[in-house]
Each structure stands twice: as C-alpha cells, then as structure tokens.
Write a protein that binds this ligand. Structure first.
Ligand code: ADP
Ligand code: MG
Length: 358
C-alpha cells in the first residue's frame, strides 16, 4: 500500500489510518480481554482475581537516544520494562495500552519498526495490546505504556512485608545495562567527532543487549509458582540495587546487610567496568535498568532456592535501627546511607584501593 515507507510521512495516513496500519498485526488472545482496540474503550474482566496496573513514560533523549537505540529495541524495551513492574508484584501481565506522540521527523517505516518491537515483546510475554492513543509532537518521541496484570489476592507481593531475618535475593546479574550504556555513549562521542568511525561494540554484545533490549523476569515469577515460594517483599531493579534496597527497607521497616562478594556480576560487565576505571561493585550497586527482581524470602525458603542458578542470595534483613550496610570483600562495613553515586563511588573506590594494597 505504501510503496516507499522510508519516505511516507506519517501525516499522509491520517491518525486512524496510522493506528489501523500499526496495530493490525496484534491479536488478542487472553481470556481477560473482552474487547480490544477499536472502540472508545477496551473491556477486560477477571473473575475473582485482583487487577494490578502500572504506567510508564518513555521520552526521547531522556529515556532513550535515537543515535544508538534502534526503534525496534525501543518498542521492545517500553513493553518489557512495563511488564517488569507487574512481575515485581508477583502478578501475571495480561494487557498493555500504548500511547505514542511522534514528531514529523518520523516516517512510516520508523513507526513500523517501533511497533515491530512492541509486537515481539507482546508475543514473548503473552500480553494483548488493547488500546492507546496517538498524537503528534513538536519535537521527539514520547511513549506511554500502561500494563495490566492479574493475581490472586494472597499471592500479590508488595514492597512492604520483609521481616528481620529474611534472606535478600536478586535474580540474574547486575550492572550490565549501565556498562552497556557507557559503551554506547562512548561510541556515540567517537562518532560525533568523526562521522567515518564505525561503532566498536565487539565483545560487548551481552552488556549492550542488557541496555537496549532488557527482559522482564516473568520466568522468575513462574519459578516462584513452581517452587511454591511467596516472597515477603519485592521490587524490580530499574534505578539500581542500592536505591531499590532503600525502597524495600523503607516500606518494610527493616534494615539490610548486603555482601559485596555475593553480588552477581557478569564477566563482561566486570571487565568493562575495569576498562572504564569504575569499581564493578559500584556499577552493580548503582547502575540502573537491569530489570532484575530484588526480593526477600523467609529463611525456610533457603533449601528451595539454593540450587537456582539464576538467583543469588546477597544478604539478609536486620532490625531497622541497624541501617543499610554493604560488607565489602575485605570485611569493611560501608553504610548505604550515602546513597548518591559520587558518595558511594568514593567510598568503594577507597576500600578497593585498600584491598589492592593488602
Ligand atoms: P478516541 O478518539 O475515542 O480516543 P482513538 O481514535 O484515539 O479514539 O482510538 C481509536 C482506537 O484505537 C481505540 O481503541 C484506541 O484505544 C486505539 N488506539 C489509538 N491509538 C493507539 C495506539 N497508538 N496503539 C494502540 N491502540 C491505539
Ligand atoms: Mg484517543
């Protein structure tokens, strides 16, 4: 229909033409979806379960950079990071609504790529796209995703609920998305200085992928179900481990001790941090966007979790007055009260130096 998609301006299709064109590949499959795209509003229904809803905004040049983020990955990431919030409640995501504002610089091809990424994520996580809104914008792109999930009341997990003595656990590995971003930013600068330079991402595929195309840990929610584990508190790691520890502690009114040696750091993340003269621990503690799950479980769950390759027990909950502390590899105790990046960088770098001198 549109022969030259690269040159077709989105305004040529009109708002309705564009919505139809972009959403025609999406099919609703969930039993909770009663009515999807096309009417004034969508309809969902679920017998006795609770509905869990979250919304997220993604703004060009704040949350993503077109210089190095392919649109298909931006589409994927918007959906997967929104679903991550539903997972963090121990609920199953079922539907999403997506609103986009596109400036005139975007072609039909660009909009198609964005929606191809969203489609891939919807398929991967088994969610229906049931509506949204479409607008033009003066500059840049803005995307809003609302995710809806369902869960039985008694299985929902909040940030509150951690108890003294509970184990603190994290899925996957940390700091990768942050190091991926450092690589992409570095290559962007190289390119800006010399347009002939091709980005050098060799050997950095894992961390660049962690930044550009993160996954929601739905598999961990499925594992909890299978192992019959209900975490006492949970949060997804979007702003960095240290920051999420603060949230869990605040809502649960506990303190936490975290062991540096237990932090899961991938080899590529570790090596790249060293290359950038950063302490790998700092990247794991403060780098954001890993979208892993941070949760607490009663000690009785230890036997069920100890053999899970993808879950690390990194510490435990203490009384609230004991504060939030990182026990370094050399046995130093670093307070996490100084939450800021710089403060923390200084402290860890110092203790790391002490370690090398030893
Ligand atoms: P209204 O004027 O009532 O807001 P719209 O013309 O904006 O209706 O939307 C028509 C239908 O298309 C609705 O079902 C709406 O949810 C859906 N829709 C609009 N924009 C998008 C989008 N970007 N992605 C998915 N669905 C959309
Ligand atoms: Mg509308």
């Amino acid at each position: 229909m549109f022969e030259d998609r690269e040159k077709t301006h989105i305004s040529e299709l009109g708002e309705f033409g564009l919505i139809d064109h972009l959403t025609k590949k999406f099919e609703s499959t969930k039993p909770e979806t009663i009515l999807g795209i096309g009417d004034d509003a969508a309809i969902t229904a679920s017998d006795f379960r609770h509905q869990v809803i979250s919304t997220d905004m993604f703004v060009e040049n704040i949350h993503f950079d077109m210089m190095y983020s392919p649109l298909v990955h931006i589409g994927y990431k918007c959906i997967s990071s929104s679903i991550s919030d539903i997972c963090a409640m121990n609920a199953t995501a079922s539907q999403v609504l997506v609103s986009v504002a596109l400036s005139s610089k975007y072609t039909l091809q660009a909009a198609e790529e964005l929606y191809a990424g969203m489609h891939a994520a919807c398929e991967k996580y088994g969610v229906d796209l049931i509506g949204g809104d479409t607008s033009s914008s003066v500059i840049g792109m803005c995307i809003n995703v609302t995710a809806i999930g369902y869960a039985n009341e008694e299985t929902i997990v909040k940030r509150s609920g951690a108890k003294e003595g509970d184990l603190l656990c994290v899925s996957g590995d940390l700091g990768g998305a942050y190091m991926g971003l450092q690589i992409l930013e570095r290559e962007k600068q190289v390119f800006l200085e010399n347009n002939e330079m091709k980005p050098d991402l060799e050997g950095k595929d894992y961390i660049v992928g962690r930044q550009l195309r993160p996954e929601a840990r739905k598999d961990i929610i499925d594992l909890f179900n299978e192992l019959e584990i209900r975490p006492t508190s949970m949060i997804d790691i979007s702003d960095g481990l240290s920051s999420e520890i603060f949230h869990l502690c605040k809502h649960s009114e506990v303190g936490m001790k975290v062991y540096e040696e237990k932090l899961p750091i991938d080899q590529q993340t570790y090596d790249t941090a060293i290359e950038f003269n950063l302490a790998p621990t700092t990247c794991a503690m403060n780098g954001g966007e890993d979208y892993e799950l941070l949760f607490t479980v009663p000690q009785s769950a230890y036997d069920k979790l100890k053999n899970s390759m993808d879950i690390s027990i990194i510490g435990y909950c203490t009384a609230v007055h004991e504060g939030k502390e990182l026990i370094t590899k050399s046995g130093n105790v670093v307070s996490l009260e100084a939450q800021g990046w710089e403060n923390f960088t200084t402290t860890t770098t110092k203790s790391d130096e002490t370690q090398t001198e030893d």
